[in-house]
Design a binder for this molecule. Structure first.
Ligand SMILES: C[S@@+](CC[C@H](N)C(=O)[O-])C[C@H]1O[C@@H](n2cnc3c(N)ncnc32)[C@H](O)[C@@H]1O
Length: 304
């Protein structure tokens, strides 16, 4: 079987669970060949790494659960104008330390969302474009690595030596290493288990790049982490961040109301925007300037 049929099979299954995947499928197919070139190797890796179709379908089920979480939580946020949880401790208990979430569907859902959610795919392209600017000898981190997708993309584009995965969750580190090794046979990444709310275990001005995907909104004090990125990055180092505005998930606690607020936050933290990608979760990108619109945002930053 070809892996284009894995994409088709995935969408066929998702559409039986959630009709919103009809629209998603047509938007992604409309993006053309690059999408298939991106999605095929990821699904092929999942199939190989999970030893067959049953594992693939379990991962699709994980995505369905994550999608249902989003729909429920976003409807709640629209009414309350806040995220369900506001403290890291609550989220740690409900999500990160909860095997029914973290082990059952969170990480696999996140992985499959890169292929089956338009905005996550567009963000992966943004990361791939950044990866193509890296030199092989550069030193960098992916923090937190989550399911490992961003590391896999960074390591597939160029042979980035001295690339380190970091996460607080041992499960995330294990999943990331498994996925990255299966995706790219040449990857030789190291992993560090750390708490990003503390001082990072890197010397000052040591790193050429840092990738921080979907994490600032998980912290009570995201500025503290941005200060640490400033400290550990070289003067000409670059930071790639992705985040959301007004977009709920179980583990989102810090709310950016708009892309303008994210830009102000970036400037306040002493970074300059080199490139940005702001996308409406609804797909209506002409609305990204309006207040309280759910957004995905990605930025490539340098030090001011
Ligand atoms: C939404 S995922 C993001 C993963 C990945 N960067 C991505 O974009 O797909 C959030 C990750 O943050 C990790 N995490 C939560 N609290 C953390 C902490 N205090 N320090 C480091 N990682 C943490 C979780 O284990 C989870 O893997």
């Amino acid at each position: 079987m070809t892996h284009v049929s894995l994409i088709t099979e995935g969408f066929e299954y998702l559409k039986t669970r959630l009709p919103l995947y009809y629209k998603t499928e047509s938007r992604l197919r409309g993006l053309g060949g690059e999408y298939f070139e991106f999605a095929e190797p990821i699904l092929k890796t999942i199939l190989r790494e999970r030893k067959g179709k049953a594992g693939y379908y379990r991962a699709l089920d994980a995505l369905v659960r994550l999608s249902l979480d989003y729909l429920e939580l976003q409807a709640e946020t629209k009414k309350t104008r806040r995220y369900r949880y506001s403290s890291y401790a609550e989220v740690q208990q409900k999500v990160y330390d909860n095997p029914e979430v973290m082990g059952e569907y969170y990480l696999d859902g996140l992985l499959l969302s890169q292929v089956f959610w338009v905005n996550h795919y567009m963000i992966c392209r943004f990361i791939l474009a950044f990866a193509s600017t890296l030199d092989p000898g550069m030193r960098g981190i992916d923090m937190p690595c989550g399911c490992g997708i961003h590391s896999a993309l960074l390591l597939s584009k160029v042979s980035v030596r001295n690339h380190v995965f970091c996460d607080f969750s041992s499960r995330a580190i294990a999943d990331s290493i498994r996925f990255v090794n299966a995706y790219s046979s040449t990857a030789r990444a190291q992993a560090i288990q750390l708490d990003a709310r503390e001082r990072l275990p890197f010397n000052d001005s040591m790193l050429d790049y840092a990738c921080c995907g979907e994490f600032l909104e998980h912290l009570e004090d995201p500025k503290g982490l941005m200060r640490e990125f400033r400290r550990v990055l070289k003067r000409d180092g670059r930071l790639l961040i992705t985040t959301v505005a007004f977009t709920a998930m179980l583990d989102h606690i810090y709310m950016f109301q708009s892309a303008e607020q994210v830009r102000q936050f970036i400037a306040d933290c002493g970074f300059k925007i080199e490139q940005e990608l702001v996308l409406a979760v609804s797909g209506r990108n002409e609305e990204i300037h309006l207040a309280e619109k759910p957004l995905n945002c990605a930025y490539l930053l340098s030090l001011q």
